[in-house]
Design a protein around this ligand. Structure first.
Ligand code: FES
Length: 124
C-alpha cells in the first residue's frame, strides 16, 4: 500500500517575486498567500485576524507601499512579514495564521504533516 502524500505542490518559488507576494488558492475555501524575502518564503492564510476579511483587494497586493509590511486593505492593519504579528491598526498583537510549507528544489509545497515541515535554503 502506497504511503499518503505528506505535501502538496503550491508553486515554483521563482513565481513569487523577490520582495513581493503572490496569492495561492487551494480552493474557494482555502486561500493563502506567500511573501518572498531574500532568505525565505512566508505563507499565511488570507484571513485578517481583525474581522476575518481577505487582506487584499487587488490580485497579489499583500504588501504596503514600502514593501516592508503585510497590509490589510480593509482597515489598514500592518503585519510583520516574518512573524505575521500585527504592529499597527485595529488588532495590535494579533497574528496572521501561518501555514507550514516545504521548499525543495525551487518548489514550494504545503506541508500536510506540520511536523514534517522544514525549511531548506532557497536556490539562488
Ligand atoms: S479586516 Fe483587516 S484590519 Fe480590519
Amino acid at each position: 500500500m502506497a504511503a499518503e502524500p505528506r505535501h502538496r505542490f503550491l508553486c515554483q518559488v521563482a513565481d513569487i517575486p523577490l520582495g513581493g507576494a503572490r496569492a495561492l488558492a487551494l480552493g474557494p475555501e482555502s486561500k493563502l498567500f506567500a511573501v518572498r524575502t531574500a532568505d525565505s518564503v512566508h505563507v499565511y492564510r488570507n484571513r485578517c485576524p481583525h474581522a476575518g476579511f481577505e487582506l487584499n483587494w487587488l490580485p497579489d497586493r499583500f504588501l504596503d507601499h514600502s514593501g516592508r509590511y503585510i497590509h490589510c486593505q480593509t482597515h489598514g492593519a500592518l503585519f510583520e512579514i516574518d512573524s505575521g504579528i500585527c504592529l499597527a491598526g485595529p488588532c495590535p498583537g494579533a497574528r496572521l495564521e501561518r501555514v507550514a510549507v516545504l521548499e525543495r528544489g525551487g518548489k514550494l509545497y504545503l506541508a500536510l504533516d506540520a511536523g514534517a515541515a522544514r525549511r531548506e535554503p532557497l536556490s539562488p
